[in-house]
Design a protein around this ligand. Structure first.
Ligand SMILES: [Zn+2]
Length: 574
């Protein structure tokens, strides 16, 4: 009987961006084998069809004789073993996209997002996976969360764990520190203006603060941070005992950008618990062939978005004002736009496969993010619990209770009923109405009132701005083109559309700067005539100017009441 699956990978010509994979299966007791490539990566909820990058599939038996392989679906190959006891299934994968959810092979390094590289043998996903990496001669380092078993050899308990460990190979810089003797390695790919000492200090205090919050137990034997320094862009993806993040290489001295980076580090690290261990019941074991639907990403991602910043505040690396800046971003992402009245939060989670990762020009008008609205709902629930328990309990106790559930039975995920039950027990009241309005419904979030109860004022910085078109525009080949038209704004009310080219206002030919100047001199109630080109036809559109959409600012009141201060202290300090 087959006891393990043996993978090997090599890089014969990295300049062409290929890696070569062989999957060796021994002691076969079956006539045919199915090899499949996942269509998605856990943590990034979109169908990515990784099999699209696979080519040159070839199969031999243990004696090197040819065996036929037939493709039977977009991501599955059937191999007729023909009585052989051993099969070697080989293929090449084209890797030329460096994001946290794709792979890149160049002459300098390889980053392997394993779910897009290594296929599984159907029915044998539970078996241990061994990996042998054949290094190009100039590459010295391998960074991964996989268990190290020998020179360039690694192992995972099963396929799920195997592909939940991305691999960075090359000559990356490694910074190391320990927490309770457990090694942590920051693997930095590419040059940048970072200070290694500061990076170690900040990563360490973030990890220590979170570990302390989650009962002091470290749920891994080692941790690998893979940090890609890029020209521009960002993003992160959580894994079992590692994460991958991207950050612009020269942004380390930009204090605000660096705070956001630490927020991202805190976010991905917190997923160690929320998602990787405390997980919705439907997210795992994963089905790698299709969408895995869940309504619970408002907890998995939304609460993580809440805790990344709160826990960063608790490290002392940021102050209250800087913490409120993060919250301000979430408030504005939700409360500025009309999308909040059209898509319930739980539906936003369910539809992530077809909406969140496929944003278009109308997204702000039609959708909410389960990250940002989820974080605001977490904030509201937290304040509910703190108030109801006379400052003795908070949302922290909900996370800890869910973690206890996990520690009692790691095989089970949580249900939303369980989450609601814990919240209700703490509050001593039904939260039916809260759930109905803010999770299943699209009622306006009373976030301003909730924040007010903690002595935080939410004001509109656009109150003093007289009017706005409320569009997003860009200059393309000398043309000023509308990218987005925000519902509720003057351009939207007048029927302007994304794709329209703006030519003139009231007879004045405009560019972006001039448009802002002309509109800036006017006030709500004024009317302008805009000359636009739509699909090549010139139109004259009358626009009645309105006040701009709000832009919220959060500030701590200088004279909070005792209750307000107690609420905020419990929230921030835990
Ligand atoms: Zn996340």
């Amino acid at each position: 009987m087959t006891k393990e699956i043996n993978y090997s990978i090599s890089f014969k010509d990295p300049s062409e961006h290929y890696c070569e994979v062989t999957i060796n299966v021994r002691n076969l007791a079956t006539e045919s084998l199915l090899f499949s490539m996942p269509v998605w990566t856990p943590g990034s909820y979109m169908i990515r069809d990784y099999a699209g990058k696979v080519q040159n599939v070839s199969v031999t038996d243990g004696k090197g004789a040819y065996r036929p392989a037939e493709k039977i679906s977009k991501n599955t190959w059937r191999v007729a073993a023909g009585g052989s006891k051993e099969i070697n299934f080989s293929y090449r994968v084209y890797c030329n996209e460096l994001t946290v959810r794709t792979s890149e092979v160049t002459t300098e390094h390889a980053f392997l997002n394993s779910s897009g590289i290594f296929m599984f043998v159907r029915g044998l996903e539970h078996l241990p996976c061994n990996l042998k990496i054949n290094l190009p001669k100039d590459w010295k380092e391998i960074s991964t969360g996989l268990e190290h078993t020998g020179k360039n050899k690694f192992r995972a308990e099963n396929y799920d764990e195997f592909i939940d460990c991305p691999i960075e190979i090359g000559n990356q810089t490694i910074l190391e520190f320990q927490i309770k003797k457990i090694p942590h390695r920051i693997c930095i790919v590419g040059n940048g203006n970072y200070d290694p000492k500061k990076l170690i200090n900040d990563f360490k205090i973030i990890a220590e603060t979170q570990i302390k919050f989650l009962k002091g137990k470290i749920p891994y034997q080692n941790y690998t941070y893979i940090v890609h320094l890029v020209e521009k862009g960002g993003g992160g993806l959580e894994h079992l005992n590692s994460f991958v993040v991207q950050f612009p290489r020269l942004n380390f001295n930009d204090a605000k950008a660096y705070r956001k980076f630490l927020g991202l580090v805190s976010h991905e690290f917190f997923h160690l618990w929320n998602v990787k261990r405390i997980r919705p019941v439907v997210l795992g074991p994963f089905d790698y062939d299709k969408e895995n639907y869940t309504q619970s990403l408002w907890i998995a991602e939304g609460w993580t978005s809440y805790y990344d910043n709160v826990l960063l505040r608790r490290t002392g690396l940021i102050n209250n004002r800087e913490y409120l800046e993060f919250l301000e971003h979430e408030v504005n992402d939700v409360m500025r736009f009309q999308g909040r009245f059209h898509q319930p939060l739980r539906e936003s989670s369910y539809d992530t496969w077809i909406k969140f990762y496929k944003k278009d020009e109308n997204t702000n008008n039609s959708q909410v993010s389960y990250y940002t609205k989820g974080a605001l709902v977490a904030t509201m629930l937290n304040i509910e619990i703190i108030s109801a328990t006379n400052f003795t309990k908070s949302l922290d106790d909900v996370i800890l209770a869910l973690y206890d559930d996990y520690l009692n039975d790691a095989s089970k995920g949580y249900t939303e009923e369980r989450v609601k039950q814990i919240c209700e027990e703490l509050c001593g009241k039904s939260l039916d109405e809260f759930w109905r309005k803010y999770l299943d419904g699209t009622d306006e979030l009373p976030i301003k009132d909730y924040l007010g109860r903690c002595g935080i004022e939410m004001t509109d910085a656009n109150e003093s701005v007289k009017c706005s078109l409320d569009i997003e525009a860009k200059t393309e080949n000398g043309k000023l083109i509308i990218v987005k038209v925000f519902a509720g704004g003057s351009a939207h009310a007048a029927g302007l559309s994304s794709g329209d080219e703006l030519i003139a206002i009231d007879g004045y030919r405009i560019d972006n700067e001039l448009m802002n100047k002309i509109i800036g001199d006017m006030k709500a109630g004024d009317k302008v005539e805009i000359l636009a080109s739509r699909k090549g036809l010139i139109r004259s559109i009358k626009v009645a100017l309105l006040k701009p959409l709000p832009k919220y600012v959060l500030t701590e009141r200088k004279d909070p009441s005792k209750t307000e201060k107690q609420l905020l202290d419990k929230w921030i300090e835990g």
